[in-house]
Design a protein around this ligand. Sequence first.
Ligand SMILES: Cc1cc2nc3c(=O)[nH]c(=O)nc-3n(C[C@H](O)[C@H](O)[C@H](O)COP(=O)(O)OP(=O)(O)OC[C@H]3O[C@@H](n4cnc5c(N)ncnc54)[C@H](O)[C@@H]3O)c2cc1C
Length: 271
Amino acid sequence: MPGKEVVILGSGDIGLIMARRMTLEGGAKVKVVAELMPYSGGLKRNIVQCLDDFEIPLKLSHTVIDIEGKHRVEAVTIAEVGPDRKPIPGTEERYTCDTLLLSCGLLPENELSKSAGVELSQVTSGPVVNDSLETSVDGIFACGNVLHVHDLVDFVSQEAAAAGKNAATYIKAGEKDVQAEMLPISPEGGVRYTVPSFVRPSEMEENLTVRFRVGDVFKNKAIALYFDDRLIGKKKRQVMAPGEMEQVILKKKKLEEYPETKKITIRIEEA
Ligand SMILES: Cc1cc2nc3c(=O)[nH]c(=O)nc-3n(C[C@H](O)[C@H](O)[C@H](O)COP(=O)(O)OP(=O)(O)OC[C@H]3O[C@@H](n4cnc5c(N)ncnc54)[C@H](O)[C@@H]3O)c2cc1C
């Protein structure tokens, strides 16, 4: 055990799971989980099962402003932050502790992607891919946490199966001799990114799962799908949060109905 009295910064799934694990494994006392944003980046069920069930407080819109101790941590001070994410004077709270656990976000591991020279997305930090999960480098496919960070392994498995199948098809087909038309998928109005970023209508599967994350908490809004300015579908959602991946199914048949389409847009709007 790295310590017995713990403060955690960051309430994504790993911060939440670590709060429970520290408590269960070694009887550590997790005094507080502080989160800079006004919402947790983790799954709702993890907030309930990892914090609420162990009466560990979650302080949203809070960050660490001071760490005391020379040879080891002795205390941590947290403070509330305003909408500008800067600490608000007078809101400081000091916690004596021997450990500060930092869990401030995950990024795809890019060692292999970078050395292969694939184009990376500025938003996900993972490769930019088309509908077959192929990167900008011919014959290199990406899936799982190297592509974008997943909270649920089931989606990783589905993506991996698709990438594997597409890679096998690529090998069997040999060199590509057609340059298929590529339609961009534009994330707008609260949608941070989509995977894939491009679709080839002539090559895509009948039903393509497009996964994405929103950039804020949205209540009673809808996910809207557009082909250019034409509304194709709308799905009402009670709650959407950055910690929970969302998806829409893109149908090849529907795209064939509108062959003039130049851009696909996914956005959050009024339900
Ligand atoms: C703490 C934690 C708890 C989680 N809990 C859950 C949960 O309860 N339920 C759930 O559904 N999901 C959970 N997830 C999410 C899920 O585990 C991940 O989304 C999933 O494991 C990602 O799978 P992956 O195959 O893409 O990556 P990984 O599982 O990370 O596998 C990547 C593998 O590649 C290897 N590797 C890296 N670089 C190289 C290289 N250069 N050469 C060779 N090999 C290399 C790594 O060593 C690793 O074995 C959790 C994730 C974390 C971090």
